[in-house]
Write a protein that binds this ligand. Structure first.
Ligand SMILES: [Zn+2]
Length: 1002
């Protein structure tokens, strides 16, 4: 039996060992908390069969470590420092990297403080079965716990703690591993302190600890080649720079010191914001900052100074005399570079590619000078240059290897070469990586991270992480898309699944009894004629409705929402997972759920003919849809039917049907019409975004067979109106109950400058005016943008106007001014999301707040905390945006496949031609929108054209010497081909003009 002794430190130590901090309770009271550490002698080393330590469950470190490494043939353990985990996680995650690892508590906590995403990756590794990682609680063990000394920085203290831990393991192993008879004393396994900090290595070696750098360690492994590719150059001097970066001359200006940046921003001399790359022109970017209504433009590489999409940067604004307008040409990195001398990834900028640099600079100068000649002063934009980076937004990017950059493509060549990885996203620069697998990776989708970008290097440097599979295969494309938009898509872990009801899919609403927890304070609405109306094939049914006449002539209408917060309790692993996923993501052929399927498509889904728990909003309305009163209640419902929009529509329109359920739909429809009219009168906008529907061949093959525009039925609008009404009613209720922390959603009015360009185009091309003074005025003037010959024109203008707006966002009611709560598009003074808790996390929070507001249960402390709500909503807002983009990209990919299929009908290659509207003009091309397919494309002209930027007209010379004028809003016919895009290595849509002029030769 193991005896456990708990011993307090001696008094003098104990004072140092106390950790004091202040904690604010949910009610705002401040408590002083003192934590004392209790030191123990029985914290296990985690090595199998150790004679001195207590046995613990799940011991993972083999008795003799791992043998066969070049530096320690007879066995070793690795104890990495914090930076190894911060910089080399890709290596550690690799299944080829499998030494037994000792993870000190000190290291684990430092990782947690420095990066939460890396911390979660590390925790997942600790649990992974194929990894041997032992967490050693060094701060709790007497011999390894240390106290910070007076002159020591926290960093130095931790470094010393890590060295102490490593030294202890060495001694401990020597003491507990008795040499086998006849073998030498030194045959016991060694412990390597793995660190890339040379100074720390020196100190450790003085203290008798064996050290190794990451590079040295991997070099000594049996088959290092694949692992060496995974090494990050960040945080180490041990990985020599690529030849290209060794030139001494800086290409880019150095950044200002952080203190100068923060002082400059505070004084208003410098400006801080997110860097946005221009998708049409890789030599331009911009930064939106509070001090200017227009974003600050950065022209050319020098002024963009190594910023990457999404970085938080600091810019200096140039004197107004140097301000310029954005270039009006499309400048594509790939084709631009192709016209220059080929870029050698291993060439230093100073030596070989002087010519290239000169060419590129010349091209840049031409663009800039053209820009100056053409400028109307009105289009000038504040112009600046980047002087520093506050925070990088680097992550893993989906790329492919640029085949032209390979020095040897022979598949037997295993020598390391430096190649360019081209990201799928047009917003990112090419990345230099070193790999031994280049020939094998050609034609694959790969994941690459950026490690560093020195001022001496034209391009950033990074490393290969893993391959996603063959480009254009559905699996690789789907995973690329999820990675590109940072959608968490791993299956739910055990801790999450453990939070599900133990009965699993056998769970049912228990019989109605007075002592049933489920039935407590719930209304029995099982007899009410409730039904759901959704798109075909909907499995996660969040909402159901009913309406019935009341004796007093008014109407009772109810919206019943899945009671997700009954199953998802605050602060458990399932709740945290849902919060970090933020939303369910819908791709064309896949759904990535926010909640485990048992809840989403079963227990919470309001399926027909089964009893389900719901949260109901019930109104009494006049027949004019005026609210007489509203109440909120937890309920039990039993839906009578699940209709598709089409089925509900048919049923409503069939005058022979006079049953109560059909009457209920008619009543709802009548009210929805009134509600809609009321909203429109209040100035709500009828916005549009291109929406198409993809027909898949079958669920398994998921080959798209065709694309069609989505149809809107009356019943879509029926459901929409009632969901809006429920959301607004709930928003009012939770805002009244929790004025500081209500979870709300708003849509800020767009800055007027956003519409300037569209207004100008409409005025000049069509003589139409857009009044943007209020949402009502905008709605009215959008209604007047009608071309009698062109019914699709109005939708086109609505799509373009929608793009000028800001996106809606979740916010915490106490964090912004009361006068900014409004939802511009809906013309509602207050709004939230309540109606889709299965697939949106904000709705789960609104449910909890609503439940507390009717005294169903107390509000969890976290929802009383403004900073907590803000933090959660920040994540949810981001996930929401990403999910929308991922969904759109997925549709685009399938439209491409469908077009390809259409172009190859019956085995013949056929021309696909469609009508399109011109939506943008460039000096060298047109932006067009094909409404039938919901896609946008570029038509590029190689030949010189005449461009009238002021009037949005481009004149293209025809073969017979005529000039053909094409302007924004013109209707043209385009030929659409699917070609393999050099950037994405996937089939993308290429367009050429058919009429008014055939541009295939131009
Ligand atoms: Zn031990």
């Amino acid at each position: 039996m193991v005896e456990i002794t708990i011993r307090k430190r001696s008094r003098t130590d104990a004072t140092d060992n106390q950790r004091k901090f202040f904690k604010k309770t949910a009610r705002g009271k401040v408590l002083k908390v003192i934590r004392e550490r209790y030191l123990r002698d029985d914290v296990s080393c985690g090595i199998e069969g150790c004679s001195a330590c207590p046995m613990i469950n799940g011991t993972v470190l083999p008795a003799n470590g791992l043998s066969g490494h070049g530096l320690a043939p007879s066995g070793h353990f690795v104890l990495p420092d914090t930076n190894v985990f911060l910089h080399q996680m890709d290596l550690i995650e690799s299944n080829l990297f499998n030494p037994p690892l000792i993870l000190l508590q000190t290291v684990l906590e430092e990782v947690r403080h420095r990066s939460l995403p890396l911390y979660s990756r590390l925790k997942a590794l600790v649990k992974a079965e194929d990894k041997k990682i032992h967490v050693f609680y060094n701060e709790f063990r007497t011999e390894t716990s240390i106290v910070r000394q007076d002159a020591e920085t926290p960093n130095d203290r931790n470094d010393r703690g890590i060295r102490t831990g490593a030294a202890w393991y060495s001694t401990h192993i020597a003491e507990t591993h008795q040499p086998a008879r006849g073998s030498s004393r030194s045959s016991h396994p060694v412990v390597f302190l793995m660190t890339d900090d040379a100074a720390n290595r020196r100190l450790a070696e003085q203290e008798g600890v064996r050290c190794v750098s990451v590079r040295q360690y991997v070099d000594g492994m049996r088959d290092p080649s694949v692992l060496l590719d995974l090494l990050s150059a960040a945080g180490t001097d041990d990985i020599e720079p690529t030849r290209a970066t060794m030139s001494r001359a800086a290409i880019y200006p150095e950044y200002l010191p952080m203190s100068t940046l923060t002082a400059g921003v505070a004084a208003g001399k410098l400006h801080q914001g997110h860097f946005n790359a221009n998708q049409y022109n890789y030599l331009e970017g911009s930064v939106s900052v509070p001090a200017f209504t227009k974003p600050i433009a950065l022209f050319g590489r020098q002024h963009m100074n190594r910023a990457v999409q999404g970085d938080i940067v600091v810019v200096e604004v140039l004197p107004e005399s140097e301000w310029k307008a954005p270039a009006d040409a499309v400048v594509d990195q790939e084709s631009h570079l192709a016209t220059l001398q080929n870029d050698d990834p291993d060439e230093s900028e100073e030596e070989g590619s002087d010519q290239e640099a000169a060419n590129e600079e010349k091209a840049e100068r031409i663009l800039v000078s053209k820009r100056e000649i053409q400028d109307g002063a009105s289009q000038k934009q504040p112009t600046g240059r980047l002087v520093g980076v506050i925070k990088r937004n680097w992550r893993a990017y989906v790329c492919h290897i640029d085949s032209a950059s390979l020095s040897s493509s022979s598949s037997t060549s295993l020598s390391q070469q430096t190649v360019f990885a081209t990201p799928v996203s047009r917003l990112l620069p090419r990345i230099r990586i070193r790999t031994r697998q280049a020939p094998a990776l050609l034609g694959q989708k790969i994941l690459v991270t950026i490690d560093r970008w020195e001022s001496t290097s034209r391009y950033p440097e990074g490393h290969f992480v893993r391959s996603l599979g063959k480009a254009e295969s559905k699996e690789a494309e789907q995973e690329s898309l999820l990675l590109e938009y940072e959608v968490p898509y791993r299956p739910f872990g055990k801790a999450v699944l453990d939070c599900l009801p133990t009965h699993g899919d056998a769970w049912v609403v228990p019989p109605k009894t007075t002592d049933s927890a489920e039935w407590r304070d719930r209304e029995d609405l099982r007899d009410v004629l409730v039904c759901s109306i959704d798109p075909p094939g909907c499995q996660d049914i969040d909402d159901a409705l009913h309406a019935r006449p009341l004796p007093n002539g008014n109407i009772e209408a109810g919206v019943h929402i899945a009671d997700v917060s009954h199953f998802v309790l605050p602060d458990n692993p399932m709740d945290s997972e849902a919060a970090s996923r933020g939303t369910t993501v819908y791709l064309v052929d896949k759904r990535i759920d926010m909640l485990p399927a048992l809840l989403g498509t079963n227990l919470c889904s309001l399926r027909p003919h089964v009893e389900r728990l719901a949260f109901s909003v019930i109104w009494e309305l006049t027949s004019d849809a005026q609210i007489v009163n509203v109440r909120f209640t937890k309920s039990v419902i039993a839906s009578k039917a699940a209709f598709t929009y089409e089925e509900a529509q048919v049923r409503k329109d069939d005058s022979k049907l006079q049953d109560d359920l059909t009457k209920s739909i008619r009543l709802l429809n009548h009210l929805a019409g009134k509600l809609r009219a009321g909203r429109m009168a209040a100035g709500a906008l009828n916005l549009a975004s291109p929406e198409v529907k993809i027909h898949l061949d079958s669920a398994e093959s998921s080959d798209p067979i065709d694309v069609e525009q989505k149809e809107q039925r009356e019943t879509n609008s029926l459901v929409e109106e009632f969901m809006l009404l429920a959301n607004i009613s709930v928003a009012r209720q939770i805002q009244e109950s929790f004025p500081q922390t209500a979870v709300l959603r708003r849509h800020l009015p767009p800055p007027r400058t956003n519409f300037e360009k569209l207004q100008d185009i409409l005025q000049k091309r069509k003589g139409m005016t857009l009044d943007v003074s209020s949402s009502g005025a905008l709605a009215a003037s959008l209604d007047k943008c009608i071309d009698p010959d062109e019914p699709a024109f109005n939708t086109l203008v609505r799509i373009m106007a929608t793009r000028c707006m800001l996106s809606a966002e979740y916010f915490c009611s106490g964090s912004v001014g009361r006068d900014t709560f409004g939802h511009y598009g809906l013309a509602s003074p207050i709004y939230t999301h309540f109606t889709s808790p299965i697939r949106r996390y904000a709705d789960v929070l609104a449910h909890r707040q609503l439940a507390a507001s009717i005294n169903y249960e107390p509000l969890h402390a976290s929802l009383h905390s403004k900073s907590h709500v803000e933090r959660v909503l920040q994540v949810v807002n981001r996930r929401h945006r990403m999910a929308q983009m991922a969904g759109r990209a997925s549709v685009e990919f399938y439209v491409g496949l469908a077009l390809k299929a259409r172009g190859l009908r019956d085995g013949h290659v056929m021309d696909v031609q469609e009508e399109a509207f011109v939506i943008r003009t460039f000096r060298n091309g047109l932006g067009v929108f094909v409404s039938k397919l919901g896609i946008e494309g570029l038509v590029m002209f190689k030949r010189e054209t005449t461009f009238d930027a002021d009037n949005y007209i481009i004149s293209v010379p025809a073969v017979d010497g005529r000039e053909v004028k094409i302007a924004v809003f013109d209707k043209v016919t385009v030929r659409i081909k699917v070609e393999k895009d050099k950037n994405t290595q996937r089939g993308t849509v290429k367009m050429t003009l058919v009429s008014p002029i055939d541009s295939s030769g131009l």
